[in-house]
Design a protein around this ligand. Structure first.
Ligand code: NAG
Ligand code: NAG
Ligand code: NAG
Ligand code: NAG
Length: 704
């Protein structure tokens, strides 16, 4: 009977779903961590904080997928957003190695949207004001790491015959809408189609080796901002999605494999997270504890006082909780038998076009005049952009005129122009604060030419979009592409997933109705009220091109502005050890005896972390003594329970490294030690490695 039941299920499984297609798949992971000291973090549009160490390292996770005729590369990068200069340079380097196999057309780079990575890697002026201009080291770190991850995935030994399984499920309590009053401006009939005001759907691809059933990797999409670490955080961090990835990779690769080193790769990628916050306790007024004003998210007319908080006791705890929730759900989906999942079946295809956005014309339905052709606008930001949002109130010193503490702003602010009447009219009802499209000095402030890109893997479409779509904007895009695919002869079960923050950054994309509310997201739609309509039109065109096998024109070439960049970030001059000390000397030893759940700390004489980024390496280790008296590394600076904090201790080149390890509850009893590694720069600007190790300390079993 049991045998028969199994047979019946297997029989039905076969009938319901034809055999999954076999793809060639390679995965790779590489370290993209940039300068861990004195560089403005990217995301909160604020000149503070500056990086001062590492909580978790940043990684690039690459997936090469090939059906033997066509190949696509999807890369999820722990970075706030991908810039055009990064995409262009990565493709150029890949072509240098592999020739025409890779191009802008078949490589998608998608940022996870962490707000805790070093900035200055974006070629347009507006995006690097707070970082005091261009930061070459941030750019180099990203490009080198992304290319390494693709090299690893491309490696023929790594590429295997694989089946790809699609799964979807609901995760309710890990995100909230941070602009619910905007969402409510969408039509009632449209809102009625959905239970929630954010997408609670998690989508996951599972890659499994055909030969031996071995897991190869997963790509997971769930809409949430990476703002669990708030705008006071000084540590480099991959935030909640980065933590989810580490948990998943450790689960498969095992705890002995250090982060970023294992064969199994789990990418938690960004999607339509525009109005979606991880700070699930919601916004309240800091002074009174009362709810903020619903429409303006302010308290007593002050935006700075209205802040959303996460579910945890502090921001690290919130990162842990939101990351863990995503991992747990992902793991549940992953653990299902493959026969319960939907295999991807069908070819690999891609479509791509560069588009001059301000020139885009599209037909929209005007409530008064019926079908009307409209043109998008020259880029501009509204006042609501400067206000920021509940995940981080704006501290942009635009309103302070031309004298601020930021010398790059002081330099470029002289180029500001009054928005022309045409721009004001085009963007209405948005009041224009910065008419970035009308400023050309010292070079372009915002992109006009953007990348639009679509992948097809069987019945799945991956729409790589150049910015942050809100919940409803994303729903409209997915629905439009699913329908367009079917209308163009595609599979009836076509489904679309949105890959956010891809290729080039154009801020937000809201619905036309949300735009009328002019909250932060709408104030940051840079091509005007019809930006979403243009995207819907454009991505439908890419969809048709895939299913009708009709090529689209390449479109205009985007500028590559590296030669124009201005950098005002000063370099490392030299390092000096503390009086009567050497680099690597341990100034504060750990307490010789700790229990699980307690924190071990140690302080070392340090060099400047920008002397060497230690990519694929570490500024710290924790080691456990083995029975043969050797030491085994059990932690690096990439682990979630270690913290590397760098502190300048004098104006003349002295600094210290403060290392922390929160001893996990399941740590075996025994002897442990902590080491610090780095490089110092001498008076002649030569750079040398140093290291230091603490005395050993005892981890004892049990609670206090
Ligand atoms: C907030 O500002 C608005 C518009 O400037 C004004 O009408 C209102 O009275 C202010 N509210 C408070 C509480 O100050
Ligand atoms: C950031 O989180 C910390 C707790 O980790 C909290 O004390 C602080 O108020 C938060 N700041 C903002 C601006 O959200
Ligand atoms: C944009 O449109 C204007 C006017 O139609 C035209 O002169 C210009 O060449 C176009 N630019 C691009 C890059 O297509
Ligand atoms: C460590 O903390 C966890 C979670 O708070 C707790 O469940 C556990 O009992 C603690 N273990 C020890 C040894 O104190």
């Amino acid at each position: 009977m049991k045998f028969l039941a199994g047979f019946v299920i297997a029989f039905f499984a076969n009938v319901c779903c034809a055999a999954p297609s076999t793809y060639k798949v390679g995965v790779g992971i590489a370290d993209v961590t940039g300068p861990a000291a004195e560089i403005n973090t990217m995301g909160y549009a604020s000149p503070t904080p500056l990086t001062s160490g590492i909580h978790t390292r940043l990684y690039s996770r690459a997936f090469v997928i090939d059906d033997t005729i066509s190949r696509v590369v999807f890369v999820s990068v722990d970075v706030c957003m991908i810039d055009q200069s990064v995409k262009t340079e990565v493709v150029k380097r890949l072509q240098g190695t592999y020739g025409g196999m890779y191009s802008a057309q078949n490589v998608v780079l998608s940022g996870t949207h962490t707000h805790s990575g070093p900035g200055g890697h974006l070629q347009y002026v507006l995006l690097i004001i707070t970082s005091k201009g261009w930061v070459q080291q941030s750019f180099d770190a990203l490009v080198a790491g992304i290319v390494r991850s693709v090299d690893e995935a491309h490696n023929e030994n790594a590429m295997r015959d694989a089946h790809i399984y699609y799964a979807t499920d609901i995760l309710v309590d890990a995100n909230i809408n941070r602009s619910p009053s905007s969402y409510l401006n969408n039509p009632a009939w449209e809102r009625a189609k959905y239970t929630y005001n954010t997408d609670k759907d998690m989508v996951q691809l599972k890659f499994v080796s055909v030969a031996d059933g071995e897991p190869i990797g997963v790509i997971n999409w769930y809409a949430v901002h990476l703002t669990s670490m708030n705008k006071t955080n000084q540590y480099i961090s991959s935030d909640n999605k980065g933590y989810a990835g580490l948990l998943f990779e450790t689960k498969i690769n095992g705890p002995d494999i250090m982060p970023g080193k294992g064969p199994f790769v789990a990418a938690f990628a960004s999607t339509n997270l525009g109005d979606v916050s991880p700070n699930t306790m919601g916004a309240k007024c800091l002074d009174t504890g009362l709810p903020c004003d619903f429409v303006s998210s302010s308290c007593n007319n002050r935006t700075q006082l209205c802040i959303a908080f996460g579910p945890g006791k502090d921001m690290v705890d919130s990162t842990r909780i939101i990351g863990d929730k995503q991992f747990q759900k992902a793991w549940e989906m992953y653990s299902k038998d493959n026969s319960e999942l939907e295999p991807l079946e069908g070819p690999v295809q891609f479509a791509h076009q560069f588009v001059n956005m301000p020139n885009y014309t599209v037909e929209v339905q005007d409530p008064v005049n019926g079908p009307t052709t409209v043109k998008l606008c020259s880029p501009a930001l509204g006042y609501a952009f400067a206000a920021g949002c509940v995940d981080g109130a704006g501290a942009f010193d635009f309103t302070q005129g031309t004298t601020s503490g930021n010398d790059f702003w002081n330099l470029v602010a002289t180029a500001l122009v009054e928005p022309s009447e045409e721009v004001q009219k085009c963007h209405a009802p948005k009041p224009v604060l910065l008419s970035t499209g009308e400023i050309t000095w010292p070079y372009a402030w915002h992109p006009s030419i953007v990348e639009t890109q679509l992948f097809r893997i069987g019945q799945l479409l991956i729409a790589a979009v150049p910015g942050e779509f809100t919940t409803m904007a994303g729903r409209r895009l997915r629905e439009a592409l699913n329908a367009e695919a079917v209308n163009s002869g595609g599979p009836s079960n076509t489904k679309t997933v949105i890959a956010g923050l891809s290729n080039v950054y154009t801020h937000y994309v809201t619905t036309y109705e949300e735009y009328q509310m002019q909250r932060y997201e709408a104030g940051s739609v840079i091509y005007g009220p019809h930006t979403l309509s243009a995207h819907l039109d454009q991505y439908k065109k890419l969809t048709r091109s895939i299913f009708k096998n009709e090529a689209v024109e390449a479109g205009p070439v985007p500028p590559f502005l590296l030669d124009n960049q201005i950098s005002l970030v000063s370099g490392v001059v030299f390092d000096r050890p503390a009086f009567e000390h050497e680099f690597g000397d341990c100034l504060v030893q750990p307490y010789p005896f700790v229990r699980p759940n307690e924190t071990v700390t140690a302080t070392f004489v340090a060099g400047h972390p920008r002397n060497n980024l230690m990519q694929e390496d570490t500024f710290m280790t924790v080691e456990a003594k083995q029975s043969d008296n050797s030491w085994k590394v059990i932690r690096t600076d990439a682990h979630f329970d270690t913290f590397f904090y760098w502190e300048k201790t004098s104006a003349v080149g002295q600094s210290e490294a403060h290392l922390r390890w929160i001893v996990p509850a399941d740590t075996p009893e025994g002897e442990y030690r902590i080491s610090h590694f780095g490089y110092y720069k001498n008076i002649d600007a030569k750079v040398f490695p140093y290291s230091g190790t603490t005395q050993s300390f005892e981890v004892a079993a049990g609670a206090a």
